[in-house]
Design a protein. Structure first.
Length: 335
């Protein structure tokens, strides 16, 4: 009787495990379908609960025409050989680019516009202010807020940074100066981070008896590992570009130049490497990676299968194969 009971319990556990696995697959498929619809594609049908496949501008000053000098956030569409690259430049010099209500509002508006703009191939996030990337939240402004306003502001900032992380195109943070608190959280939301060796980075909120509130406690451990992320957050330690590179916080470290834009120049070089690739493939690859990293391998492979299916019927794929056959650069239109 005891053996039968143990067997029944084991079978029950197995059944529960299978049920949970199916639920994870269904949730992943639903999430992938929703995300694909946001990029202008539809998910393939499901089978057994699994989706199935049937050169740099000088100091960054020569940009396209879509920028206003007085804005705290400059949105610039680059021209010529950089066409397809959009630069978001923080420009609050009097406040070290601290995140104010107005700046967060402008960021949210810019990101929302970029989501559906098919001209955009890569977004570079940088500072227009020498020596600083972003000092975090505007504490002077926050001190004047009612407690209910603080909560609302943090929620808005968190949502905006999440929207940046979910942009369908590659994003690069060019850190040429200090990035603290919310400033580093902003950079962590980008796909790739490039920093000058002299840049300073850290999540320093525990010094103020609070914790990172715009994704830092989640994105930092996913980037550098749980134990080291805890150490940096617990100590509120600030690291320079060289140490940031050694722990995996950034992908590239460069020596700062006289213009103070070495990281931005490196970011542009990376962005130019992305431009020749198929636009739809780039968007779907990012989606597959982002969603796959949040689930187990089996579910992740199902997500990849669903995403791969979206590249099959596109004109981009036909053009890519034709260009390969004709031994010429492809001319993608992002369809």
């Amino acid at each position: 009787a005891a053996a039968m009971a143990a067997a029944a319990a084991a079978l029950g556990g197995l059944g529960l495990g299978l049920l949970r696995a199916r639920l994870r697959l269904a949730a992943a498929a639903a999430a992938t379908s929703a995300a694909l619809s946001r990029t202008g594609h539809s998910a393939p049908p499901l089978r057994g609960g699994v989706a199935t496949a049937a050169a740099h501008p000088s100091a960054g000053r020569s940009y396209g025409s879509q920028a206003k000098e007085e804005e705290e956030l400059r949105v610039r569409y680059l021209d010529d050989e950089h066409k397809g690259i959009v630069v978001l430049g923080l420009n609050r010099s009097h406040a070290k680019n601290a995140l104010s209500k107005n700046l967060v509002k402008m960021m949210s508006k810019a990101v929302e516009a970029l989501k559906s703009d098919k001209r955009v191939r890569t977004v570079v996030f940088r500072s227009e202010v020498p020596g600083i990337f972003c000092a975090g939240a505007d504490l002077k402004e926050r001190a004047k807020m009612h407690s209910s306003e603080v909560s609302s502001f943090v929620s808005r900032a968190r949502a905006t940074i999440n929207e940046l992380a979910n942009l369908p195109v590659p994003t690069i943070a060019a850190i040429d100066g200090t990035a603290l608190g919310g400033g580093l959280e902003l950079a962590l939301a980008c796909d790739i981070r490039v920093a000058a060796s002299s840049a300073k980075m850290g999540l320093v909120e525990t010094k103020l008896a609070i914790i990172p509130g715009a994704g830092g406690t989640q994105r930092l451990p996913r980037t550098i590992g749980v134990s080291l992320a805890k150490e940096l957050i617990f100590s509120a330690r600030i690291v320079d570009g060289e140490e940031a590179k050694s722990i995996g916080l950034i992908s590239h470290v460069v020596e700062q130049n006289e213009a103070g834009d070495a990281a931005y120049r490196r970011a542009l070089a990376l962005a130019r490497e992305f431009l020749p690739q198929g636009p739809v493939a780039m968007r779907v690859a990012k989606l597959a990676i982002n969603q796959g990293m949040e689930v187990d391998l089996v579910t992740g492979l199902a997500i990849e299968e669903a995403c791969y299916a979206q590249t099959i019927p596109t004109k981009d794929r036909i053009e890519g194969l034709l260009a390969f056959k004709e031994k010429r650069p492809p001319r993608y239109k992002g369809e």
